[in-house]
Design a binder for this molecule. Structure first.
Ligand code: ADP
Ligand code: MG
Length: 684
C-alpha cells in the first residue's frame, strides 16, 4: 500500500532506501526481506513494540513471570557444559548496582562469547523465570555503546521493529532515525481539507486533533508518551483509508463516465401476476429493496448493487422481481450461483414461478447445457425498444461458467450473482469490466461488517433485507462435547421418527489421517448402520453433477431422511422439512460458515435444532462457538468472526484483493473509514 501511497512517484520519499546513510547493498538486501525498498517504506516500518527506557527497573525489583526492561554491566560470562560436554548453554551475569541478573541461552552460539564480554553494558528485556538467583532465559538484549547517538536508543521510549536475521534492533532504529532526520521535511500532507488555506493542515471533524502526517511518522517511531502511538496510528490509518477510498471512487467515476444504463425498469406486466401467485406477501424489507433496485434499473448509470440479507430472509424472491423488471423491458437475464446444486435449485424454483408467465428459463451448468439456439435473439440495437423481441426474453441460470465459459448471452440486461462471497472480488471485477454494461445485482448472506463493506465493496451501493419472513420455526443451537454423541443420536432418531429430516456435516471428504477429524466417505457406512432403518444419503464435492443431483432429489423428496455432507451444503439449499443440523468437529469451521450451515434449518414451521459437536479444549474456541448459542443475528456473528479470525477468514480464502493495511484496522476503525469517505467525497 505504502509504495503507491499519496506521495507521488517524484517524491524524495520514493527514492531507494540506499540514500539513507548506512544502507549499502548488503543492508538493502536485508531490508528488502522486510519489504522495505524506499525511504517511505523505512519511515513507515511499524514498530512491533516499544520499551520504556526512560527509567529502567532495578534488577532488585524484578518480579517472577513479569516482563521488564533492565540495564546492567556484564560481570561474568561463559559457556556451561553438561551431559559429558554434549550440551552447552551460554550464561552471563549482569549487575546494575542493585542486584545480579543471570541470563541464559540454551543454545550457545559461537559469537556470544565475544559479544557478551565482561564490562559491556546492555539493555535486557524479558521475563524472570525465578528470583533465586534472578534469572531470565533468552532475553532480548541490546548493547549500549558509548557513542554520540546513544540518545537514539536509551533515555527514551525506544521502538523495537520487526527484524530479520543480520539486522539488529539497534541498527534498524538507527536507520529509521536517520531517515527521519533527513526526510521529515519532505513528508507532505496527502490531502488538503476542502475550504482550507491550501496549505497542509490536519483534517477537520472527529479527526481535528490528529497530528500532521510528518508528526505522526515521528510519533509512531519515537513517541514521547505511550499515548502518542495510538494517536499517530490513527492519523496514518486515515491516510491509508483515503488512498483506498480515492481508488474506489475513481473506479466508480470512470465506470459511470463510460457506461450508459439500459432502460430496464419494466412495466409491472409480469411482476403483478407473479406476486399474486407467489403464495406469500413480500416483507416490508423486501419491498423497500425492490424500490431501490427499480430506481437503479431506471437510472442513468447501470446498477451496481450489493444486496445483503441473512440466510432465509428471502433474497430469491427479490432477485425474481428484479429479473422480471428486465424481462418486461425485453432483456435477457443471467442468474449465477456458486454451485451446481444451487443453480439447479434456482432453476426448479424459477421454472415453477415463470412458466405461468410464459417466460423461458434455461439451465446452463458445466454438466448441463440445454440448447438455447431457439431463444437467441439477434444482436439488436440495445436501446431501441421497438425492435427488441420481448416475447423471447429469457432467464439463464447457471454457475459462473454462464459468463466466463464462452457462452455469450445476447441482449443481456441484468446479471444477478447469488451468494457473492463465494465468487471473490476478482471474478466480480471481471464481470464489471466486461465492456457491456448490464445491471448488476450481487447478493450475499454473509453479513459484512461495515468496515469491510466500505473498503471491499466500496464501489457498490448497499441494500439490506433486515427482517425475516413471519412464521418461521425457532432454531435452537447447542454446543456439546463428543462424549454426548450417543444422546445426540438418540435425539436425532426421535425427530426422524416424527417425520423430520436431518443434515449431518463433517469437515472432510476423505480421511486425511488427522486424528479425530471426521470424513464423510469414511463415516458413511457407520452412520447408515447407526441410524437404520432411516436412510442416509451422502453428498460431497467429488461426486459427479448427476450424482449430486440424484442425492439432492432423494433428500428433497424425503426418500432419504439424513443427508451426510461436507460444507458444500452451506449455501442456499432449501428443504423446509429438514429441522436438524448436526456438525461435528465444529471448531474447524468459521463462525460465519457455521451460521450459513445453520441457515439450512428453521425454514419451515417446525422448531429446529443445530448441534455443534466439538472437543476443542482451547478456551478461545469454546467462546467462539458459544457465540452461536447466544445469537442468530448474522451481523453480530460476522463482527465476532472478523475480530477473532480476521477479514480473510471471514470472507473465505477465495477473496483476493483484500486491502493490506500497515496501520488501518478493519475491526476498529469504522469512524476513520467514514472520515476518509467524507474527505474523498469533498475532494470531488
Ligand atoms: P435466502 O435469502 O437465504 O436466499 P430464500 O430466498 O431461499 O432465502 O428464502 C427462504 C424461504 O423463505 C423460501 O422458502 C422462500 O420461499 C421463503 N420466503 C421468501 N420471502 C418470503 C415472505 N415474504 N414470506 C414468507 N416466506 C418467504
Ligand atoms: Mg439464497
Amino acid at each position: 500500500m505504502a509504495a503507491e501511497s499519496a506521495n507521488q512517484i517524484a517524491s524524495p520519499l520514493a527514492q531507494p532506501v540506499t540514500v539513507v546513510w548506512g544502507v549499502g547493498l548488503e543492508r538493502a538486501k536485508l531490508l528488502a526481506r522486510l519489504n522495505i525498498f524506499t525511504v517511505e517504506d523505512l519511515l513507515l516500518h511499524k514498530p512491533r513494540r516499544y520499551e520504556d527506557r526512560r527509567k529502567f527497573l532495578s534488577i532488585r525489583d524484578l518480579r517472577v513471570k513479569e516482563t521488564a526492561t533492565v540495564r546492567g554491566k556484564i560481570v561474568a560470562a561463559g559457556i556451561k557444559r553438561w551431559k559429558k560436554g554434549t550440551r552447552a548453554m551460554f550464561e552471563c551475569v549482569f549487575d546494575d548496582g542493585t542486584a545480579l541478573l543471570h541470563c541464559r541461552w540454551w543454545q550457545a552460539q559461537p559469537w556470544m562469547e565475544d559479544y557478551f564480554a565482561v564490562g559491556r553494558e546492555f539493555v535486557v528485556f524479558g521475563k524472570a523465570e525465578s528470583l533465586r538467583p534472578r534469572t531470565i532465559d533468552h532475553p532480548e538484549t541490546e548493547l549500549v555503546e558509548p557513542e554520540d547517538d546513544e540518545f537514539i536508543h536509551v533515555n527514551r521510549i525506544a521502538p523495537i521493529h520487526p527484524l530479520t536475521e543480520g539486522l539488529t534492533a539497534r541498527v534498524m532504529r538507527t536507520l529509521v532515525w536517520r531517515a527521519l532526520e533527513k526526510f521529515e521535511a519532505e513528508i507532505g500532507e496527502p490531502f488538503v481539507v476542502p475550504g482550507g488555506s491550501g496549505k497542509a493542515e490536519p483534517p477537520k471533524g472527529g479527526t481535528a486533533n490528529l497530528p500532521s502526517r510528518a508528526n505522526a511518522v515521528r510519533m509512531i517511531q519515537f513517541p514521547e508518551e505511550f499515548s502518542d502511538v495510538e494517536i499517530a496510528r490513527r492519523r496514518l490509518a486515515l491516510d491509508e483509508f483515503v488512498v483506498l477510498q480515492r481508488q474506489i471512487r475513481e473506479r466508480r467515476k470512470k465506470f459511470e463516465a463510460n457506461a450508459q444504463a439500459l432502460p430496464a425498469g419494466g412495466d409491472n406486466r409480469l411482476i403483478k401476476p407473479f406476486l399474486a401467485a407467489l403464495g406469500f406477501k413480500l416483507t416490508d424489507a423486501q419491498t423497500r429493496v425492490l424500490r431501490e433496485i427499480r430506481a437503479d434499473m431506471r437510472g442513468e448509470h447501470p446498477m451496481r448493487r450489493l444486496l445483503q440479507g441473512d440466510v432465509g430472509s428471502g433474497k430469491t424472491a427479490v432477485a425474481a422481481c428484479a429479473a422480471l423488471m428486465a424481462l418486461e423491458s425485453g432483456f435477457n437475464v443471467a442468474l449465477m450461483a456458486p454451485t451446481e446444486i444451487l443453480a439447479e435449485q434456482h432453476f426448479r424454483n424459477f421454472e415453477k414461478w415463470f412458466q405461468p408467465l410464459e417466460v423461458k428459463v434455461e439451465l446452463q451448468t458445466g454438466s448441463k447445457k440445454t440448447s438455447n439456439a431457439e431463444y437467441r435473439t439477434p444482436n439488436i440495437e440495445r436501446d431501441s425498444r421497438a425492435t427488441r423481441n420481448t416475447q423471447h426474453a429469457t432467464l439463464f441460470i447457471g454457475t459462473h461458467a454462464l459468463l466466463t465459459g464462452g457462452f455469450d448471452i445476447p441482449n443481456l440486461g441484468l446479471v444477478v450473482i447469488d451468494e457473492q462471497h463465494k465468487f471473490g472480488v476478482a471474478q466480480r471485477e471481471q464481470l464489471v469490466r466486461k465492456g457491456k454494461y448490464p445491471h448488476l445485482l450481487v447478493m450475499t448472506a454473509t453479513p459484512i461488517p461495515r468496515t469491510l463493506g466500505l473498503t471491499l465493496y466500496g464501489e457498490l451501493d448497499f441494500s439490506a433485507i433486515d427482517e425475516l419472513p413471519p412464521g418461521r420455526g425457532k432454531v435452537k443451537t447447542l454446543v456439546r462435547a463428543a462424549d454426548k454423541l450417543p444422546k445426540v443420536w438418540a435425539f436425532v432418531r426421535e425427530k426422524l421418527a416424527a417425520g423430520r429430516q436431518a443434515y449431518v456435516v463433517y469437515p472432510r471428504v476423505e480421511d486425511t489421517g488427522e486424528s479425530g477429524i471426521k470424513a464423510v466417505t469414511k463415516e458413511f457406512a457407520n452412520l447408515t448402520k447407526l441410524l437404520a432403518p432411516y436412510r442416509v444419503a451422502l453428498l460431497h464435492g467429488r461426486l459427479s453433477s448427476r450424482e449430486k443431483e440424484q442425492v439432492m432429489a432423494e433428500f428433497r423428496s424425503g426418500k432419504a431422511h439424513v443427508l451426510l455432507a461436507t460444507s458444500l451444503i452451506e449455501v442456499g439449499v432449501d428443504v423446509p422439512n429438514a429441522t436438524l443440523m448436526l456438525i461435528e468437529n465444529a471448531e474447524m469451521f468459521g463462525l460465519a460458515q457455521l451460521h450459513q450451515l445453520r441457515g439450512r434449518i428453521g425454514r419451515g414451521a417446525h422448531e429446529s435444532f443445530c448441534v455443534l459437536i466439538s472437543d476443542a479444549s482451547d478456551p478461545a474456541t469454546r467462546v467462539r462457538l458459544k457465540v452461536l448459542e447466544q445469537t442468530t443475528d448474522g451481523f453480530k456473528i460476522a463482527e465476532e468472526d472478523l475480530k477473532l479470525r480476521g477479514p480473510g477468514e471471514l470472507l473465505g480464502r477465495e477473496q483476493s484483493g483484500m486491502p493490506n493495511f500497515r496501520f488501518g484496522n478493519l475491526v476498529e476503525d469504522l469512524d476513520l473509514i467514514r472520515q476518509a469517505r467524507g474527505i474523498v467525497t469533498d475532494m470531488g
